[in-house]
Ligand binder design. Structure first.
Ligand SMILES: NC(=O)c1ccc[n+]([C@@H]2O[C@H](COP(=O)([O-])OP(=O)(O)OC[C@H]3O[C@@H](n4cnc5c(N)ncnc54)[C@H](O)[C@@H]3O)[C@@H](O)[C@H]2O)c1
Length: 251
């Protein structure tokens, strides 16, 4: 399989590390003109180092107007619509498992803001360009927590990822007549950030062994393996795939 994205404008959120970094780098290595955003300019610089073809922007995607403003900047810079949008930014925002009665409203909203609302705003912003071009790909990064209860125990994370899966399926129906596909990659548990490392450590040796034994391939995955699922869904090999959730979780 020879996947290329030569000349395609690709927008990747949350590209400062982890999956987003692997996704942004991979698209650039396959010829894409990559626009990558995250909170930290320093982390973005690391992502872009040694990878030509990447333009980075550090800002908070949940700030009012930020998502739409970034998409407009990209369209102005390239003179065309976005070819591929990857809504990857998300996560648990430093939160931990607590009984629901102890969860402050603002913590609930913080998780929805980045995992769900940002994807809605980004999709809204790319829609006119993609629909007019009658081509394009949107890939959201959901989670196993978007399909069943979350290992994190964080109510908002599970609910926000379920909502993201719903948004993905609904947008697939809406964008289908325009030749635009909308799919999701649901990663399994990967040690890609401090939150997942802390969570893994909290399981202890026995819990870690049980986690790995519960995976068909008997190992944890890597950020690059998650990115490969995104490349497939964004490529021409997935031209007849839409509204799907691809679980990249080792089975
Ligand atoms: N690591 C896992 O095991 C796992 C499993 C399933 C799903 N996911 C999902 O995969 C995605 C990527 O996660 P990850 O593991 O690479 O690490 P992560 O959760 O740390 O990465 C998310 C990235 O999004 C960025 N981000 C967060 N809030 C932002 C904001 N307001 N504006 C701009 N950028 C912001 C972060 O700075 C970070 O670089 C997330 O959506 C996460 O929920 C991760």
């Amino acid at each position: 399989m020879n996947i290329r994205f030569d000349g395609v404008t690709v927008a990747v959120t949350g590209a400062g590390h982890g999956f987003g970094r692997a996704i942004a780098r991979g698209f650039a290595q396959m010829g894409g003109r990559v626009f990558a955003c995250d909170l930290s300019a320093e982390e973005l610089a690391e992502t872009a180092a040694g990878t030509p073809g990447m333009t980075t922007a550090a800002f908070d995607l949940t700030a009012p107007g930020a998502a739409a403003g970034w998409i407009k900047e990209i369209e102005d810079a390239t003179g065309g619509p976005i070819g591929v949008l990857v809504c990857n930014a998300g996560g648990v925002r430093g939160q931990v498992n607590r009984p629901v009665e102890d969860v402050p409203e603002e913590d609930w909203h913080a998780i929805f803001d980045i995992n769900t609302h940002a994807a809605f705003r980004l999709a809204k912003a790319v829609a006119p360009g993609m629909k007019a071009a009658r081509s394009g790909r949107i890939v959201t990064i959901s989670s196993g927590a978007g399909l069943k209860a979350s290992k994190t125990g964080i109510q908002a994370y599970c609910a926000a990822k379920h909502a993201l899966v719903g948004l993905t399926r609904q947008l697939a129906r809406e964008f289908g007549p325009y030749g635009v596909t909308v799919n999701s990659v649901a990663p399994g548990f990967v040690l890609s950030n401090p939150a997942t490392i802390k969570q893994y450590e909290s399981y202890g040796p026995e819990g870690q062994k049980a986690l790995v034994q519960g995976i068909a391939l008997q190992r944890l995955g890597t950020a690059e393996e998650i990115a490969n699922g995104v490349f497939f869904l964004a490529s021409s090999y997935a031209s007849y795939v839409t509204g799907q959730v691809l679980q990249v979780d080792g089975g």
